[in-house]
Design a protein around this ligand. Structure first.
Ligand code: ZN
Length: 661
């Protein structure tokens, strides 16, 4: 830290005095802004809850220039003009902030504040930037209105989480706690090293975690969801688009539609969506139709018309992707109520090329998968749309995670549009920035031995293809609704194990199909191996999160990743070498991939999983889980090592910047 402590910005700026000058001139800074290295600058700005980001050191001079700078959406003071003036120079206010960032954080902070900083440090701000300078004025105006809608959606989501307004209790000068509250959309810690510490909280004392979807007092009793399930009006109480409130009589509960419970915020969101439609005028008719329908749904609480208009948009009739409304149930302790989210993206036209190449092979892929699955599964007519590729502009509300982001999604979850096939997207611009690439390389070099690390390194498109095939494979072979003797997968296997198996099928099929698609000329042998390597490092990432959440809930992705890696180790396609040093030259013990042997190991696991699903063979599924997820053996030690080395590198917290000329 000491090397950052010398101050090169004039003291007057550091004190903010120049901001008061009547005739501001471009301040002559004593030296370039080269005191704080780029990654450190971004970390400190985040900890101080400042809305900016040093994108990259484009000219390699180690100093921050306005052209390398981005202002972030959704934080206080996020108007670009506050930080860079009309002439393109940093404002005195920015220079004062820079000077403040040079001072290291006080080391003697109270324990709670130290934990808050530790929580923040476990994921690094990672920029998603969109440049609208080549878009029309109408589109820029539309995005402006959608940014307002996004802010309203975040208010609604905060009301759902029960965190709305709690940040009023954070002192103004406690920037780190305000940053945590904003990032996590709650006062609570979520990162692996701090989530279980009772002192870790943005608010002192730590409040009880009470969802805004149910009466607070009933949440004190464990099993309150089951209690509601037994109520005479349980169907209404479980409704996806209503909250539960206490009724007139003691012990009675009533459902209140979102549109009644939060009428003002719902209406304000609808108005912003209408304004976005107005701004577009006659351009983008499919998107305009969706904006109008979504606005109407925010007023009526009937989400089906919006779903229909949403499904009618595609990569051919719109340059944009937008989804706004209540969708996923992850934030509800009872997993019934849909959380509000807004996702704005641009269509990435690479998807059209992949759709064209894979579309004619859908039936053949299903036949191959069905062959491996065997009886009683029968090949079916597969009629699904391959995912659209989208480049994210803004994630808000339930889509804006404290760390990481959803990279593939099929919606809607319910209703006629869902039953008819919905729409699937792959998010293609996440994890493609220079910071994500550098972190991935650091993690791989900590686990792979030297030769493996150097071979088939990612070019940037592998993760997208992996996730494209993963999403497609959910539609192939036996899925959740496939039934053996009338029993669907969740009934035959139990909910959590069924989910793990379905995700295992999708992910392992992605790797297996890559090999199959080599024989069809879709991929080269070299691309095949790069995608396999990507699949292995993807699995490491999920293994590092641990097999179970703090409350004992199984982590489906972590478990399937453990089954893959363990099974490939048993097959000899992966090998752990205790005596060898990892490619980073630091860590003793490392892993090698035998690329000649890996495809057969993938095929072996593929057959095993598909047969289990085809026959609804719960015993074999449980054995697979016992062997690779729960056993306390040498492999458990390897999984721990993977986690230890991966967690040294922070995860990504995505932050969003929209550049408007
Ligand atoms: Zn999946």
């Amino acid at each position: 830290m000491s090397s950052f402590s010398h101050i090169r910005v004039p003291a007057a700026l550091a004190l903010g005095l120049l901001t008061a000058c009547a005739k501001p001139q471009h301040p002559t800074v004593g030296a370039a802004l080269d005191v704080i290295p780029r990654v450190e600058f971004n970390t400190r700005a985040a900890e101080h809850f400042l809305p900016f980001f040093w994108r990259e050191d484009a000219n390699g001079d180690g100093a921050l220039q306005p052209a390398e700078f981005a202002v972030l959406w959704g934080l206080p003071d996020d108007a670009a003009s506050l930080w860079v003036d009309a002439a393109g120079a940093f404002t005195p206010r920015f220079l004062a902030a820079y000077a403040m960032l040079q001072a290291p954080a006080a080391g003697d902070a109270p324990r709670r504040l130290q934990l808050v900083r530790e929580e923040l440090a476990q994921s690094a701000p990672t920029l998603v930037r969109t440049d609208l300078s080549a878009d029309s004025a109408a589109e820029r105006a539309m995005v402006g209105h959608l940014m307002q809608a996004a802010t309203m959606v975040e208010r609604l989501f905060a009301r759902q989480k029960g965190s709305f307004g709690l940040d009023a209790g954070i002192p103004k000068d406690d920037a780190a706690s305000r940053a945590l509250f904003h990032r996590n959309q709650s006062p609570f810690c979520e990162a692996p090293k701090t989530e279980n510490d009772p002192l870790c909280s943005a608010i002192e004392p730590k409040p009880a975690n009470r969802s805004g979807l149910y009466p607070a007092d009933i949440q004190d009793t464990p099993g309150f969801c089951q209690r509601l399930e037994k109520a005479p009006n349980a169907d209404a109480l479980r409704d996806h688009f209503s909250i539960v409130r206490a009724g007139a009589k003691p012990g009675e509960f009533v459902a209140v539609p979102y549109t009644e419970a939060w009428k003002d915020d719902m209406t304000a969101t609808a108005q912003a969506l209408d304004a976005a439609a107005d701004a577009l005028g006659a351009t983008e008719p499919a998107l305009v139709a969706y904006l109008r329908a979504a606005a109407a749904s925010f007023r009526s609480n009937d989400w089906e018309p919006a779903n229909r208009a949403w499904k009618a948009m595609n990569a051919d009739n719109s340059r944009w992707y937008l989804r706004v409304g209540p969708d996923e149930v992850y934030a509800d302790p009872c997993a019934w109520k849909a959380g509000f989210a807004l996702q704005l993206a641009r269509i990435n036209h690479d998807s059209v090329q992949w759709q064209t190449r894979l579309e004619p092979l859908k039936g053949a892929m299903e036949q191959e998968i069905a062959k491996l699955a065997g009886a009683p599964y029968k090949v079916r007519d597969v009629n699904f749309a391959l995912p659209d590729f989208i480049d994210i502009v803004i994630n808000a509300g339930d889509q804006r995670s404290a760390s990481g982001a959803i990279v593939g999604q099929s919606l809607p979850n319910w209703g006629p549009v869902a039953l008819a096939g919905g729409r699937t997207v792959s998010m293609t611009n996440l994890y493609t920035d220079p910071d994500s690439n550098a972190r991935r390389a650091t993690q791989a070099a900590a686990l792979f031995c030297k030769a493996t690390d150097a071979a088939y390194q990612p070019t940037g498109k592998e993760s997208v293809l992996d996730s494209l095939l993963h999403e497609a494979a959910h539609n192939l072979g036996p899925s959740h609704d496939y039934a053996v003797a009338g029993r669907t997968a969740p009934v035959a296997f139990g909910g959590p194990l069924a989910s793990t198996l379905e995700e295992l099928k999708a992910q392992n099929s992605a790797l297996w199909l890559t090999g199959y698609l080599v024989t069809k000329g879709v991929f080269t042998a070299d691309e095949h191996r790069r995608i396999l390597r990507e699949g292995i490092t993807w699995a490491f990432g999920h293994i590092s999160r641990g097999m179970y959440a703090a409350d004992g809930t199984p982590r489906n992705y972590s478990q399937l990743a453990a089954i893959q890696v363990g099974s490939f180790l048993d097959a000899g396609a992966l090998a752990w070498h205790d005596a060898e040093t990892a490619a980073n030259g630091l860590d003793k013990g490392c892993l090698t991939i035998d690329f000649d042997a890996l495809p057969a190991a993938v095929a072996q696991l593929e057959k095993q999983v598909l047969v289990i699903k085809s026959r609804a063979d719960r015993k074999s599924a449980e054995a697979l889980k016992a062997r690779y997820v729960d056993a306390k053996d040498r492999y458990a030690g390897i999984k721990d090592t993977i986690a230890t080395r991966y967690l040294r590198t922070p995860k990504a917290t995505f932050v969003y910047s929209v550049a408007m000329p």
